[in-house]
Unconditional design. Structure first.
Length: 226
């Protein structure tokens, strides 16, 4: 449990630092993709914080788990929104509208669902087997929509952009999305030692991918003004 506590703390700190860094970039340039990437990293950090609190108190209390449901379900959706704004900006508002609708569904589900109390004591199992702990249709629907739509935009969008532009930052974004998917998979099988490291690797890949896109954009602007 000590290892998992440390891993959750590291995930929270890394997510918070990256959200802060991307938030500063948004404040400087006001790029929509930077804002939604900032939101996604902040949500990932907050989801890890709820797990950290649960580890400290020996399990989820209930309110913290409902918060975890909302934050963790929304992460892939807003990551996907950041990717769409980065690659296909003209579709960004439409995609964001869908993500906000799906997040509202997840919110209603998280607030209204009944919880299976005995399962809340195992923090990692409760995080990975949401359908058993919160058996509500709206929770399942929110996770499914945000995960499928956001994940597809994140990974497939980045790969499509790489095929067209051959910019390596797109591969980092795609690999980051895949790492997050792996984290979810190993979590479902109870491999807590791998769950948090996979999340951290995913966040690092995504962050450096987004940072790489900023560098490419800056070089292009410099070349045009020369």
């Amino acid at each position: 449990m000590g290892v998992l506590w440390i891993a959750a703390l590291a995930t929270f700190l890394i997510g918070a630092v990256m959200a802060w860094q991307l938030g500063k970039k948004f404040a400087q340039k006001h790029r929509p993709y930077a804002m939604w990437w900032t939101v996604s990293f902040a949500l990932a950090a907050l989801a890890a914080l709820t797990q950290l609190i649960a580890f400290a108190q020996g399990g989820f209390a209930g309110w913290d788990y409902r918060t975890y449901l909302l934050f963790s379900s929304a992460v892939p959706g807003f990551m996907g929104a950041g990717t769409v704004y980065l690659i296909w900006r003209r579709f960004g508002n439409w995609f964001l509208g869908a993500i906000l609708l799906f997040t509202a569904i997840a919110l209603v589900g998280a607030v209204t669902t009944s919880l299976s109390s005995p399962l809340l004591k195992d923090v990692l199992a409760a995080s990975a087997t949401v359908a058993k702990v919160a058996p509500a249709a709206l929770v399942t629907l929110g996770y499914a929509l945000l995960g499928a739509v956001g994940g597809a935009a994140l990974i497939l969008g980045a790969l499509y952009s790489y095929v067209r532009s051959h910019q390596s930052y797109n591969l980092l974004i795609a690999l980051g999305g895949i790492a997050f998917s792996i984290a979810d998979t190993v979590g479902q099988f109870g491999h807590g030692v791998l769950f948090f490291p996979a999340q951290i690797i995913g966040m690092l890949l995504l962050y450096f991918g987004v940072a790489g896109s900023n560098e490419v954009a800056a070089r292009m602007r410099a070349a045009k003004s020369a």
